[in-house]
Ligand binder design. Sequence first.
Ligand code: CP
Length: 317
Amino acid sequence: MKKFTCVDDIGPWRDAVKEALEIKADRFAYGQLGRNRTLMMIFFNSSLRTRLSTQKAAMNLGMNVIVLDVNQGAWKLETERGVVMDGDKAEHLLEAIPVMGCYCDLIGVRSFAGLTDRDADYEERVIEQFIRYSGRPVFSMEAATRHPLQSFADLITIEEYKSKPRPKVVLTWAPHPKALPQAVPNSFCEWMNVTDYDFVITHPHGYELAPEFVGQAKVEYDQRKAFEGADFIYAKNWSAYSGDNYGKILSTDRSWTVDAEKMALTDNAYFMHCLPVRRGMIVTDDVIESPRSIVIPEAANREISAQTVIKRMLESL
Ligand code: CP
């Protein structure tokens, strides 16, 4: 595997989940595979889970790990070509990327959407430049439009917890005080759409996701109706994708918060969220603390999705 930015890069999803569960059963079985190899993790944005789980995954494989927080201690990086660099950005990504590639064997990158220029975000300019100029296999630790390590972990978790072959999985928008990218919901849609699950998306009018991510999923604007008979509720906020509203907050309507009354409409569904989560906005305390909340095992599976991807990359060196 030379790159991992979307569901297509993982190949047949059942094989990937099987491999992930084998790794989970014996996560130190490949402890020599990464010996004398170095992973460089580059963060343009903050992280808790991705940083810790990916580093742990690399350590399980015997790798050395370098972590670079671009905005803390490194030169500020210019990402656009053709600009006169007379501002505060001291180095261009086009020099920085190949230099970083000199010091490692694999690269993980986190770079969020700017949420002002939709075309720039959806062209994935930052991670695409890493893929093009680093000379190393590159994986996404959340890019502008997708978060594939999260979605892979979500899929592993659903496969572990499902009690029927074709569970009903509902992605629900929920309110948030800040404008968030569409990366997690886009990616979740993309990964659910390769399965044969009954997949439903629910959100207020105006929060339609890009059609290429929605695919054949059912969109239901009535959240309560969407929840009926669900086996998994996946909550997430995102900002608007459409037209002039791109990146904007159109609603903070707390009637969309996931609460016990709505969960009672489901078929005793499990509650999922990628975390970090804002209690009282996205979900109530009682739902996230309930026995049906699987947000912690979901986060634990981030180590497993990362290890599966890094293992495949090491095997292709
Ligand atoms: N879910 C997730 O990616 O968490 P972090 O932003 O903390 O890495």
